[in-house]
Design a protein around this ligand. Structure first.
Ligand SMILES: C[S@@+](CC[C@H](N)C(=O)[O-])C[C@H]1O[C@@H](n2cnc3c(N)ncnc32)[C@H](O)[C@@H]1O
Length: 181
């Protein structure tokens, strides 16, 4: 597996627009990459835990957070999704690697079969890390299958809405907001 640090692009910016965070909230940014989502949440006054499977990404994110003046508001942790995360959050943010691929070679973009390998592991676990009124914001591509995501959320009795969309050349990016019924 090759650790590659994701430079923010359309998906990052779309998710950034859709996330709702309030001052003093506890926020989890999974797959923080460059730290773009964590830095915005921290700049809005939230306390943030930012995790990534890549130590290289975490180093870059910490460097960017220092430059933005919010380093002390973000705790960085190396973790495969929720493995090193025990807390419950007011908001969870995730821009997963979602490009359909044969296996996972590039940690920042390869999503495995149908681009869902990491997303599906996330969907199976996020609910228990949300506070009662907590909200989850995550991104996917139309290439990953929208109905499949909706079915997984319905099965867990989560309410959800698609709060962001952006059409690109050969796919559409979508942002889901999910919360408890
Ligand atoms: C598409 S990038 C998103 C980066 C950043 N959040 C953004 O919005 O630009 C996906 C990120 O997820 C991380 N990642 C991939 N698999 C992961 C896993 N199992 N657990 C934690 N992070 C993971 C990658 O290293 C990468 O930083």
């Amino acid at each position: 597996m090759q650790e590659t640090v994701y430079s923010p692009r359309e998906d990052s910016f779309l998710l950034l627009e859709c996330v709702e965070v309030k001052p003093k909230q506890l926020v989890l940014d999974i797959g923080t990459g460059s730290g773009i989502q964590a830095i915005k949440a921290a700049s809005m006054g939230a306390k943030v835990i930012a995790v990534d499977i890549s130590s290289k990404a975490l180093e870059k994110a910490a460097e960017n957070a220092a430059r933005a003046g919010v380093l002390e508001k973000i705790e960085f942790r190396e973790s495969d999704l929720f493995k090193k995360v025990k807390e419950k959050f007011d908001a969870i943010i995730f821009n997963p690697p979602y490009v359909p691929s044969e296996g996972i070679k590039l940690t920042d973009i390869d999503g495995g079969k149908n681009g869902r390998e990491v997303l599906d592991r996330f969907l199976a676990e996020f609910k228990k890390h949300l506070q009662g009124k907590g909200k989850c914001f995550f991104l996917q591509s139309s290439l990953n299958g929208v109905k499949e995501t909706e079915a997984k959320l319905e099965k867990q009795k989560m309410r959800f809405r698609i709060v962001g969309r952006k059409k690109l050349f050969f796919e559409e990016l979508l942002v889901f907001k999910a919360w408890r019924e």
